[in-house]
Structures are given as C-alpha cells and as structure tokens.
Design a protein around this ligand. Structure first.
Ligand code: MF3
Ligand code: CO
Length: 266
C-alpha cells in the first residue's frame, strides 16, 4: 500500500474463529497466485494473467479486494491482479504487454471472502534471466523471510522493517520507502503501517493474533519511485530493475505462521 494512507493506531487481535477464516482466504490466495506463476511465460500478456485470476476467483465464489480499489480519490484500480514488469515496482495494470524471455514479473494478488482478506506477491523470471536479476529476486525473497522471522511475540514493530532493510541493504540495493506493508484482516489495509526500513526496537510490541502483510520492494539502483500517468504503475526513477515479495503472516505464541504459503509457493 501507499505510505500515508491515513488510519488509526489500534492493531486488531484476531480471535481463533477469525484466524480460521484468514487461513482459508490465505490458502486460496496462495493457490491462485501459484496458478498464475505457472501460466506466466514468454508470449503471454499481463492482461491474460488478469483474466485467469478473475476466472479463478469466480469459480471459487471469491471476491477481489483490488478491483475498484480507490484510496484517496485516485482512479479506481481496474483489475484483480497487479502485474509489474522489470523497472515497474508495484501496481502495474495488466493489459496488452507481452512477456518476453529475460523479463522479471512481479505478481501481486489479493482475495476477499466473507469479509476477510489475503494478500501476497512474488517476483518470477520469464524464461532465462541474467545473473543481476536473479540476485535481486533472491535477495528480496530472503529480505521478506528475514522480516517474517522477526514476527514473534515481544519483538517490536520496527524490528521487522529493520531486518528487511538490513538484508537488502547489504547487497547495496535501494529499499523502496514510498510503499509499506500493512495490517490485514477485515480490511485489506488495517493499522499498522509496516515500513521495510527503520531503526530496531521501536513501535508497539507484537502480540499473538496480529496479522500483517509484509511486502518489501527492492530496486537494483536508487529507492526513488515515479508513478505513471495511469495513477497506479510505480516505476523506479532510475529505470533499474525492481522486485516485490509479500506474504500475509499471523503472529502466534509459537512464532510466525505464513497464511499465504502452500507447497510450491515462495
Ligand atoms: N499488495 C498491494 C498493496 O497492499 C496491492 C493493493 S493495490 C490494488 O498495496 F490497487 F491493487 F488494490
Ligand atoms: Co499488500
């Protein structure tokens, strides 16, 4: 989500019943995202992937929290999927763009069912990609993992972002600051905002029953962002490649539980 989308401070603690619903919607999010990954290859358009995602939702009787989403009066988001290619960081609008061998593609997908939300993103290679792109993807995936590892009761909110930034910064990459992770549950975007950077040991203590979407966006070059005239597509200001990984994660007494992870997913 975009930084500065205003919301209050109270962080919801989900009940056991609510967590069960979020497990179900998270599982569906993961299954459809995995299907999209498998369908993305050279010659396919991003619009075709959006159609596949829309049909998968319809078949299961699920809704899209992305379609029509319009925070702060921007143009309503026109698709169920975000498909961001190469220097596109996030919120790429699917359309006639044809995927080519050597591209990297970030797929960001969300599901709503019975008022509960799941949100997940992955960056994948289209055919063979070069070593720099591979290292960016691996680092961003690992940065998400490092953030998730800090989602344990007693840690503080900023420990998550600090862990993400430490991992990506070690490679000399730019960690995007303009978009942040978020609480998730009855709304796709709930308090708190979860930046992918920051000093450790600050902010509220993490407690069992909190659910956050952690979503680092990492650029090979500068962290600076430019938004295109379509009001959505965010690209790197310097044209460098960008990767994005996201999971919806529950904090439990036994540590983090990744609600959007199934066999075969990131
Ligand atoms: N994961 C993204 C976010 O949290 C996707 C939502 S943007 C939408 O901001 F417009 F596509 F809904
Ligand atoms: Co999100």
């Amino acid at each position: 989500m975009g930084e500065g989308v205003g919301f209050g401070e109270r962080i919801a603690i989900k009940s056991r019943r609510e967590i069960e619903r979020m497990r179900e919607v998270g599982h569906a999010t993961a299954e459809i995202l995995l299907e999209l990954r498998e369908r993305a290859r050279p010659g396919v358009t991003t619009g075709e992937l959006d159609e596949i995602a829309a049909r998968a939702l319809e078949k299961r009787g699920l809704n899209s929290p992305f379609l029509g989403y319009a925070p702060g009066g921007v143009a309503p988001y026109p698709a169920v999927l975000c498909a961001s290619v190469n220097d596109e960081i996030v919120h790429g609008i699917p359309g006639s763009r044809v995927l080519r061998e050597g591209d990297i593609l970030s797929l960001d997908f969300g599901v709503e069912a019975g008022g509960w939300h799941g949100d997940s993103a992955v960056t994948i290679a289209i055919g063979e990609i070069d070593a720099d792109a591979k290292r960016l993807i691996e680092t961003t995936r690992d940065a998400l993992e490092k953030g998730i590892e800090r989602m344990v009761p007693g840690d503080r909110l900023s420990d998550i972002g600090h862990a993400v930034e430490s991992r990506a910064g070690k490679e000399g990459y730019g960690v995007v600051r303009q978009f942040v992770g978020h609480g998730i549950g009855r709304a796709m975007h709930e308090p708190p905002q979860v930046p992918n950077y920051g000093r450790p040991g600050r902010g509220p203590r993490l407690r069992p029953g909190m659910v956050f979407a952690i979503e680092p966006m990492v650029n090979i070059g500068s962290e600076k962002v430019r938004v295109l005239k379509d009001e959505w597509t965010a690209v790197t200001a310097d044209g460098s490649l960008s990767a994005h990984f996201e999971h919806t994660v529950l904090i439990t007494d036994n540590g983090p539980e990744v609600l959007t992870r199934i066999e075969g997913s990131h």
